[in-house]
Ligand binder design. Structure first.
Ligand SMILES: [Ca+2]
Ligand SMILES: [Ca+2]
Ligand SMILES: [Ca+2]
Ligand SMILES: [Ca+2]
Length: 274
């Protein structure tokens, strides 16, 4: 019989031949205790029995009965576009209650990674890095599914999500629509709308502003005949026109990011002589 160590009934012992067997495996958990010390009592039969004692130490072998668990189910981070490949994005981490190979965790991106935009490098680190140069104008967010796998048999896994928002930088130049000529009647009132000129910029910031400037080769005074709303690009007539005195004007519109980038948009105004 057992003297001690089997209070939970994990084992039984054959009282005739001393064979010890597992009776209830639910009490054998390496994570609770990795070895068990049983005191076995032997007793002679008869009126005045004699006793003998032995210690049996049972070492448990770890079974892979725990899955890796991430410290968070959902991770979120931001990363700037335009950084070189290999830029740090985030570090994810999982734990495993087993031991040895059964708790040796490697990480893999298993979904949500178009163009292999991200990589975990090295795989044991959980460090997520960029694997391409990110471009917010192509894709502004990613939603990665990351798996943690232990090395046990059978292998166990856990998953977490990592949301990555790509932050805009001002890496695109504005573009103007093709140059057009605009006509205006001679007797148009001062303040009337001549045309609206706006450039396109795929970045979100900064907001563009506009200014008028003289066209190359045209009279600088042409600019003073018009005014432009610097935010909307609306061009208004600023002084009365006289067809006999001047029959056409040429001005350029410059946007705020184009200072070093000629040529700006050219607007040629013709009077409608009617
Ligand atoms: Ca275990
Ligand atoms: Ca495990
Ligand atoms: Ca821009
Ligand atoms: Ca951008």
């Amino acid at each position: 019989s057992f003297g001690s160590g089997n209070e939970d009934g994990a084992f039984d012992i054959n009282s005739n031949n001393g064979l010890i067997r597992v009776r209830d495996p639910t009490h054998l958990d390496y994570e609770q205790r990795s070895s068990i010390r049983l005191i076995v009592v032997a007793r002679t039969e008869g009126h005045s029995p004699l006793f003998g004692y032995a210690t049996v130490k049972v070492d448990l072998i770890d079974a892979n009965d725990n899955s890796p668990r991430f410290t968070q189910v959902n991770y979120a981070t931001v990363v700037w576009e335009g950084n070189s490949k290999g830029t740090f994005v985030a570090q994810v981490s999982a734990t495993d209650d087993d031991s040895g190979e059964n708790a040796a965790i490697s990480y893999h991106i298993v979904d949500g990674n178009p163009d292999n935009a991200f990589a975990i490098d090295p795989p044991l680190s959980g460090i997520v890095k960029t694997n391409i140069v990110l471009d917010r104008e192509i894709r502004d967010s990613y939603y990665l599914t990351i798996m943690a796998s232990d090395q046990g048999q059978p292998q166990k896994t856990g998953t977490a999500m990592l949301r990555i928002s790509v932050v805009d930088i001002n890496d695109n130049k504005p573009t103007f629509p093709p140059h057009t000529n605009v006509s205006i009647v001679e007797d148009a009132e001062v303040g009337s709308l001549v045309t609206t000129v706006t450039a396109n910029d795929v970045d979100t910031a900064p907001p563009l502003t506009y200014a008028l400037m003289p066209s190359q080769g045209a009279a600088a005074t042409d600019v003073s005949a018009f005014s432009i709303d610097r935010f909307t690009g609306k061009i208004l007539l600023a002084q009365p026109l006289d067809f006999e005195r001047q029959s056409s004007y040429s001005v350029q519109v410059r946007e705020s990011e184009g200072r070093k980038r000629p040529p700006p948009f050219v607007l040629v105004l013709h009077f409608d002589a009617n």
